[in-house]
Design a binder for this molecule. Sequence first.
Ligand SMILES: [Zn+2]
Length: 214
Amino acid sequence: MTNGLENVAEGAGLGETLHQRARRALEEVCSRYGIDASSVYLMPMGGRNGGLGNAIPLPIPFRRRYLLRYHRCMRDADPLALRGLFAHELMHVVHYAHASYGELMRFVWRYLLFLATAGTRFGWLESWGRALEHLTDLMAVQRGEGASLAAWKRFKARAIRRGDICDALHEMYLSSAEVDAFHRSGDELQARIDHSVTALRGRDELHPFRRPAA
Ligand SMILES: [Zn+2]
């Protein structure tokens, strides 16, 4: 879905377009997470608002399909950082795959409300969104994607500094330094996962990695 000029620029060297590189990174992470890659559609996006990517469950009854979008400025990312984007976004897909259809639609509405009210007085949604995004990052680290996740976060911080994107929610995510630290220490990682799970429990019947009732 890129235009001809982008293809020339992206293909310089390896002869692979950004979309082909993205698809390959997506399939690698899908295989690590146990996701059927054919259930995930990949689409590029532009614009300055909205971060570097997102994962959206598609409202198709009886067929689980997901739309995963990546920003075109990822053409400047190295393979590890590109993979890190999918390490985060596909962890959302792992979460969606565990939900019933009704839960998924409720979640979508809640997340849209979270986006619309971020930075306003609806603080309870903000802390919910923060805990959800932290847990998504932490679980990606636990699945062995700490290095790629940190590389993606470093790339994202640079993209914001350069003005390629403007992500109002940037502060809600773990930083690359935090990801590095959790990547190094399994004990700290587990403690932080427990903390995020507790923060989500009771706030939402649907969260990514809910545990069976004790
Ligand atoms: Zn996310």
